[in-house]
Design a binder for this molecule. Structure first.
Ligand code: NAD
Length: 321
């Protein structure tokens, strides 16, 4: 069996594939393969599986190039908006993702962003390192408390519910949530309240987005929604960039419709909307919410397990339908 991995990933999964006796080829390019590069990397090579990343746009042209012997594309991410699932289905190609193993890490990163923007950590860090700290001052870099405030979770799935858990249990926050699938058990256990999106936006001090990128979630947060938020509220996004209308968010930050934002994902990654990086009330991280050694290794193992199961004639545990 021959496997192609589109970029270097932690070794754990590669080892598993090699232990199975599979021939594994990892792209030697230090960067994302362009569509043309991806096509020429797989065309005529008779790979039985491809381990791909969220930065690879996998469409029917790629499936065509990979050839009919290629059984599975295992995505190294829980989100799979980079893959044309319908085209895969038509060709009988299996698509898998890596749910669950990154939940805790992404929830931690969400909280790190929330605390960073509310306590103005990056601003304070920059200020101190620049030698501007001239002594304690009562009005220096005043921020906002997080404890006992109201958190609005948009998308109470694996990650959203873990963020709500930390909020309620750790910070005694009140949790509101909006999700097409209400979760009464979670409501009972954590005192979370199911509300519509409008109520969530109007009543929350922190709004945290955890929905998948779908046609109906693209620009879920635009001008109307940002104007509904409190002027003192913060928007946190660790899901996918296009869920927020980024140029409008820049306007909202500059004109102080909201107090601030913290983002790990961007509408046109790796590009940032004009003015975003210049805003002092925004904290930005480069899509690293799942980037811990432990989690990235588990993702590597999970993607490998999916490939091994598919190539052994079974149904991969994380098969997407
Ligand atoms: P999940 O499927 O467990 O949860 C998603 C939730 O969103 C579900 O409960 C679903 O019902 C809900 N939802 C769907 N459409 C909605 C809508 N229109 N409005 C409100 N809720 C809606 O997924 P998860 O494992 O919690 O991951 C969530 C997303 O986070 C992923 O799809 C991925 O794009 C993103 N993510 C980002 C990173 C990162 O590195 N920044 C890491 C992991 C995941």
């Amino acid at each position: 069996m021959k496997i192609f991995v589109t970029r270097e990933i932690p070794d754990a999964g590669i080892k598993m594939l090699k232990e199975k006796g599979y021939e594994v080829e990892v792209s030697s390019k230090d960067g994302v393969l362009t569509k043309e590069e991806l096509i020429s990397a797989v065309k005529g090579k008779n790979y039985d599986a491809v381990l791909c990343l969220l930065t690879d746009k996998i469409d029917d042209g790629i499936f065509e190039a990979a050839g009919p012997q290629c059984k599975i594309f295992a995505n190294y991410a829980v989100g799979f908006d980079n893959i044309d699932l319908a085209a895969a289905k038509k060709r009988g190609i299996m698509i898998t993702n890596t749910p669950g193993v990154l939940t805790e890490t992404v929830a931690e990163h969400t909280f790190a962003l929330m605390l960073a923007v509310a306590h103005r950590i990056p601003e304070g860090d920059k200020f101190t390192k620049a030698g501007k700290y001239a002594g304690w001052a009562p009005m220096l870099l005043l921020g906002s408390d997080v404890s006992k405030k109201t958190l609005g979770v948009v998308g109470l799935g694996r990650i959203g519910s873990r963020v709500a858990y930390h909020a309620v249990k750790g910070f005694e926050m009140k949790a509101l949530y909006y999700d097409p699938k209400p979760n009464p058990d979670f409501e009972k256990e954590y005192g979370a309240k199911f509300v519509d999106l409008e109520t969530l936006l109007k009543d929350s001090d922190f709004v945290s987005i955890h929905v998948p990128l779908l046609p109906e979630t693209r620009h879920l947060i635009g001008e109307k929604e940002l104007k509904m938020m409190k002027k003192t509220a913060y928007l946190i996004n660790t899901s996918r960039g296009p869920i927020v209308d980024e140029p409008v968010l820049v306007k909202a930050l500059q004109e102080r419709w909201i107090a601030g934002a913290a983002l790990d994902v961007f509408e046109n990654e790796p590009k940032l909307a004009q003015g975003l990086a210049e805003s002092d009330n925004v904290v930005l991280t480069p899509h690293i919410a799942s980037a811990t050694f432990e989690t990235r290794s588990k993702m590597s193992e999970m993607a490998a397990s999916n490939i091994i199961e598919a190539l052994s004639g079974g149904i991969p545990p994380n098969l997407l339908k």
